[in-house]
Design a binder for this molecule. Sequence first.
Ligand code: CMC
Length: 428
Amino acid sequence: MEEAKLIIDGKEWIFPVIEGSEGEKAIDIRTLRQQTGYITFDPGFGSTGSCRSAITYMDGEKGILRYRGIPIEQLAEKSTFVETAFLLITGELPTRDELTRTSVHLNDFSLLHENMKAFYQNYPSKAHPMGILSAMVNAMRSFYPELIDLEEEMNKTYLRLISKIRTMAAMAYRISLGERVVYPKPGLCYCSNFLNMMFDSIVVPYQIDPDLVKALNVFWILHADHEQNCSTTAVRVVGSGKVNIYATLSAGISALWGPLHGGANQAVVKMLQRIHKDGMTIDDCIKRAKDKDDDFRLMGFGHRVYKTYDPRARIMKKMADIVLSKIQKDDPLLDIARKLEEVALKDPYFVEKNLYPNVDFYSGIVLRAMGIPTNMFTVMFAIGRLPGWIAQWKEDVSDPEMKISRPRQIYTGYQVRDYVPMSERRQG
Ligand code: CMC
């Protein structure tokens, strides 16, 4: 077995090396502090493996993403979001019967408790839907049981969450507009049902377009999991304290909200709108993005893991073309995005730092074309990521190796000093 040798002040320690199924290697330093008194220092966890996981494989150098071994390109082309969710959570693609049962449960669980509906009325109209969604998912614990010891019940809990998050998101949107709530329709598939709840009206009934349904399936498949990213780590860390699944997922939603993570899709569209409105040139944007004294970043560019083109961005870019041609609309923001990408990919700063478009660079354009409002973009990401969070939480709580998350730190504050009474403190 391969081992790693650590030498500090001439003293040697040996640590085992563990290897993943795709050849990834890690030095197992679980006993490091106990043996040596030292800890590791890795802010942002760029060199830290926090768990063993059999869910998602990424190779950031080669631009590979697979769920349970299946390439993302095949899932985007051939699967549906519901089937992919089943794959992530259970580890296998469903049989026909399993898929039918899943769809029946998703339909059965799609309504929201009327008392939960009342929560929406008290939010200010400008409340961000991500804040509402995170609070609503947390509130579900008070309305629905979580019977962690019964597998059958937990499987229902996962489906209840996947079904209701879609209803809650659409409802938040309708109520924010002051419009009547559209209830889920039994018989419509997951994506059609969501679009119908968002856009149906008494005056003009919503026409379900199979191309838009396909685009939404692809959008949610691409977002369904991404191994140990910020929000998934939040889910695993919060879940490690053995809090209930609703509170755990609510933490994931909050973590996703940030503009460096899931909030980037909203930030990209805001950036493109600003460039369009202010008439900024592409060269100006690139110059500003490179200037360390300017807080302007090229949103939708760069990734902690991908050091090449994000495979999801490639699929999303194609989707943007398909959806825009379908609705027969040109979007000036798509032209700006294409030009920005072209110039950035040739610019030495972006080339040297391996900064390529990530999934969020084109996803906002796809969502806009579907009629989804900008402040709902990150909610759309959250709906897609839910099966991944559930799969990761499930893996975590059933892993005998896992412990409560509790990193250490390098303390840099004062050394011990005495309490100073108020009368002796500096004035001011
Ligand atoms: N524009 C300009 N410079 C950038 C960008 C960017 N978008 N991204 C990274 N850099 C520079 C950064 O300034 C740094 O330069 P230096 O080495 O000279 O200090 C270098 O590239 C490395 O960046 P970093 O911030 O240290 O890298 P990270 O791995 O900590 O951050 C990131 C990754 C995604 C947060 C970052 O690239 C970023 O802020 N991108 C824009 C936001 C974005 O698109 N986020 C969505 C990520 S994909 C969706 C998801 O899965 O969450």
